[in-house]
Design a protein around this ligand. Structure first.
Ligand code: SF4
Length: 357
């Protein structure tokens, strides 16, 4: 067992006792973190005053009850606040409300910050997509022109290397893909060649996958979160109405259109799925050319799960699943970095990279 992977898993779950400059307080998906570099790799870690981990002299230290500190051997550098956060569009929207820095070099945006599945009965139990809207941290819909303006500045001023565009699910049969197509086109006109990953539910009409690729997207994430239908119904009452067969058809079409190792999905650890079934399911995804981005569930502030007192998984469970999936990725010659854009390429929200995936 690699002790560094265990420590990285503990950090992902228990976080660090330190203020960091770049954070995303809430938003789509499962993150709520400060952005740092752990041993040079992007890492999104919770800030937690009760964490036993602390940062001093650029290193991570583990404290005990007596206050004694042990060097974990991991280095940690906070990501600096990017310069583009200080800019504002002509219509008075702060760039920071349009897109944010993830890790040290990823620009991330939620193109449509509302979701048809956000009513309490339907909402994914781990998601806070509309909370950041209520707090004023973001705006409901980002126009293609706004995204292009911010992307150009983020690349020029802060050396951004890739962009992630996600969306809340919209009412039309494209489920949000149409807005992504327009946004990708506009950004690539402003910043030719920027690798972009798009993320959406399986579009009702699979032709949208080709449209996204033709617009210039490099990679696509079609996120199922769990492969277990009982877990899906419990955690994602709205999203689970899209049957697994639709996900499988969308993944296969995406692999056909985008090519090998350009398609990914999130799998959350800690939703109650059997760990061996989770690893085996990830193996089947790898066989069909889909990168399973394994991420710990964490009860973020503002989620229904946090309200209901559901706890994060143990570091041991996260390590077990991460190492199992990383071994399968290595055997298949699949690495997150080769996705070129997106969460698997960034890796901050997962321990997979440290485990060799
Ligand atoms: S893994 Fe994805 S969600 Fe997490 S910080 Fe990187 S780009 Fe953002």
């Amino acid at each position: 067992m690699d002790v560094r992977i265990t420590t990285r898993a503990e950090l992902a779950l228990r976080g660090i006792r330190q203020d960091v400059e770049v954070e995303r307080p809430d938003g789509a998906g499962p993150s709520d973190d400060g952005h740092v570099l752990v041993d040079g790799a992007n890492a999104a870690l919770p800030r937690n005053p009760d964490s036993p981990y602390t940062v001093r002299d650029g290193k991570v230290w583990l404290g005990d009850e007596t206050g004694a500190l042990t060097d974990t051997g991991l280095s940690l550098i906070p990501v600096r606040r990017p310069r583009f956060y200080d800019l504002t569009t002509a219509d008075g929207t702060r760039y920071e409300q349009i897109a944010r820095l993830h890790g040290s070099d990823v620009l991330a945006t939620t193109v449509v910050q509302t979701c048809i599945r956000y009513a309490e009965a339907d909402r994914c139990r781990f998601c806070t997509i509309e909370e950041s809207l209520r707090s004023g941290a973001t705006v409901a819909a980002k126009t293609p022109a706004q995204l292009a303006e911010v992307a150009e500045a983020a690349v020029r001023l802060d050396g951004v290397q890739q962009m992630v565009m996600t969306t809340g699910t919209t009412t039309g049969p494209d489920r949000g893909a149409r807005n992504l197509v327009r946004s990708v086109r506009a950004v690539l006109e402003a910043v030719p060649g920027l690798p972009i990953q798009v993320q959406c539910e399986p579009p009702g009409n699979l032709a949208w996958i080709r449209e996204l690729h033709e617009a210039g997207a490099t990679a696509i994430g079609i996120h199922v979160e769990s492969l277990d239908d009982e877990v899906r119904r419990r955690w994602m009452p709205g999203k689970s109405t899209v049957p697994m067969a639709e996900y499988e058809a969308a993944w296969d079409e995406a692999v056909r259109v985008f090519g090998p190792n350009r398609v990914s999905t999130y799998l959350l650890v800690g939703l109650g799925e059997d760990p061996d079934e989770l690893v085996a399911g990830a193996g089947k995804l790898i066989d069909r050319g889909v990168y399973p981005f394994v991420v710990p569930f964490r009860p973020m502030r503002g989620t229904l799960a946090a309200r209901d007192g559901i706890e994060a998984p143990s570091a041991e469970l996260l390590r077990y699943v991460t190492e199992g999936v990383a071994a399968k990725l290595r055997a298949a010659g699949m690495s997150g970095a080769d996705q070129k854009a997106g969460c698997a390429a960034c890796g901050a929200c997962s321990v997979l990279k440290m485990a060799g995936g």
